[in-house]
Design a protein around this ligand. Structure first.
Ligand SMILES: [Zn+2]
Length: 51
């Protein structure tokens, strides 16, 4: 499986998906992301767990 930044599927994500409030950049991480790697802005976790 290849992760593509333009085709993120949060439903298959076991890692955290984060989206920047400021610039909209999305990143993935196995650990908590506190700030955007692109602009340093606040990110939010967009990978909502569904059970
Ligand atoms: Zn950003």
């Amino acid at each position: 499986m290849v992760l593509n930044n333009t085709d993120l599927d949060p439903y298959t994500a076991e890692r955290g998906y984060y989206e920047c409030h400021a610039c909209g950049n999305r990143t993935t991480s196995e650990t908590h992301v506190g700030s955007c790697p692109e602009c340093g802005g606040t990110v939010r976790n967009i990978a909502v767990a569904r059970e």
